[in-house]
Design a protein around this ligand. Structure first.
Ligand SMILES: Cc1cc2nc3c(=O)[nH]c(=O)nc-3n(C[C@H](O)[C@H](O)[C@H](O)COP(=O)(O)OP(=O)(O)OC[C@H]3O[C@@H](n4cnc5c(N)ncnc54)[C@H](O)[C@@H]3O)c2cc1C
Length: 388
């Protein structure tokens, strides 16, 4: 049994109140209109949520990964899309804090912490997602910096974000290819600058209200000072280390979404009557509720267990992979089961259940697909249990 400490309880209570007051009353409407939640995002900015994992020395809250997971769960319970703007944002904060030069930390972290700078991770391309080392965007060394050419796909915060970590090939001949990838901190210039363009916002099944974009770079100049850590060809390692925290974060989103679906289902089951009694009194429905509740609790414990390991400064690929896999499969299953509990009502847009059902699959795909998580988990287990 995990018991949050007093500070964590206080933080969770204030986020829960924020969600009840500012998110739940408007989320369905904004989601159906696919409208960006500017006011809610400003509220999150005021709460300091863009600086959750930025050290206090740079103006952030300096929270642990475990506390951050609790915050993500609460936000996601209200509306999963809200985690988009702080999700990859927090990943780039983490990467800059770990691997950035002192100048890069001083220049970028305070703005990222306050939310004045809004970040994203520009890694995936149309032909490189799981197999990210196949990426084709190049960074060619020129006088004083690098010139970037190529395009990026599926970039969360692509339109409203202004600061990104971009992965590009500085050595196209490297073998294996990941040894030729470097990471750059890039900034959007004026909108008339055609060398960094937001080509389009992708129209999605769920995760609506926040943007996922295709970006295009045409001889986009990046100063030498923006090469992450000042190190060429280390970008793959730096970004992959950051993805551990992304996976904990995606697991926590899964717990939040599953909890929302479960809470709606258990309420509905006690109100809806068939054959002279609430459906919660039919054993089939009770079994559904029992399975949902048990899996959510297990998902939360796996998530905290991975986060605590990361808080201790240890690598946690195995634990983060397990948490991401289990929590997001749970979210997908619970969203579907909650719809079944609701019968026909769950299929209509009047209730939130259909939104949970549309939002859940992204969690299985994003942050590294669950097939990839299984490969990471197997690798970790084989290393842990070598042949005797
Ligand atoms: C809404 C949304 C937001 C996103 N936001 C971002 C973002 O902000 N930044 C960013 O960089 N990316 C982002 N992504 C991209 C996301 O990380 C990729 O979609 C994901 O990594 C999968 O890559 P892919 O889509 O190219 O699928 P593919 O890699 O083509 O995979 C297709 C299928 O093959 C399976 N597969 C692939 N390789 C293997 C293997 N070796 N063994 C077994 N199965 C395998 C996959 O699991 C999947 O089922 C986002 C995606 C979405 C949908």
């Amino acid at each position: 049994m995990f018991t949050p400490d007093k500070v964590q309880q206080h933080i969770v209570a204030s986020i829960r109140e924020f969600v009840a007051r500012h998110v739940i009353p408007v989320a369905a409407d904004l989601e159906h209109k696919d409208e960006y939640p500017h006011e809610i995002i400003n509220g999150m900015k005021d709460l300091g949520l863009f600086g959750c994992n930025v050290p206090e020395a740079y103006g952030g809250l300096g929270l642990s990964y475990t506390t951050f997971a609790m915050i993500i769960e609460e936000l996601s319970r209200g509306w999963m899309s809200l985690v988009g703007p702080i999700g990859t944002h927090s990943v780039i904060c983490d990467i800059i804090n770990r691997f950035g030069t002192n100048e890069q930390k001083q220049h970028y972290l305070p703005g990222l912490a306050s939310g004045e700078r809004r970040g994203g991770l520009a890694l995936s391309e149309s032909d490189a997602g799981t197999d990210v080392q196949r990426l084709r965007t190049t960074a060619k060394r020129v006088e004083g910096g690098y010139v970037i050419n190529g395009s990026k796909m599926w970039i969360t915060n692509g339109r409203y974000g202004n600061t990104f970590i971009l992965a590009a090939k500085t050595d196209t001949e490297a073998d294996p290819p990941h040894k030729g990838i470097s990471a750059f901190i890039i900034e959007k210039g004026a909108s008339e600058d055609r060398s960094f363009q937001v080509v389009r916002d992708l129209d999605k099944l769920g995760y609506k209200g926040v943007e996922t974009c295709e970006l295009y770079f045409d001889h986009f100049f990046v100063p030498e000072a923006n090469l992450l850590g000042g190190l060429e060809n280390k970008g793959f390692k730096h970004v992959m280390t950051g993805l551990e925290s992304e996976r904990i974060n995606v697991a926590a989103r899964g717990v939040g979404l599953a909890r929302a679906a479960f809470e709606d289902a258990i309420q509905y089951a006690q109100q809806r009557e068939t054959f002279g009694k609430p459906i919660s009194q039919h054993q089939t429905i009770q079994i559904m509720l029992a399975e949902m509740g048990t899996k959510i609790e297990a998902a939360r414990l796996l998530t905290y267990s991975a986060a605590e390991k990361k808080d201790r400064g240890e690598r946690c690929d195995l634990e983060a992979g397990m948490a991401k896999l289990f929590a997001t499969e749970t979210a997908q299953e619970v969203a579907w089961t909650a719809m079944r509990v609701h019968g026909g009502a769950g299929y209509a847009k009047d209730l939130n259940v259909e939104r949970y059902y549309r939002d859940a699959p992204l969690l299985v795909i994003g942050g590294g697909t669950n097939e990839l998580q299984k490969l990471i988990i197997a690798k970790g287990l084989l290393a842990k249990y070598p042949a005797k």
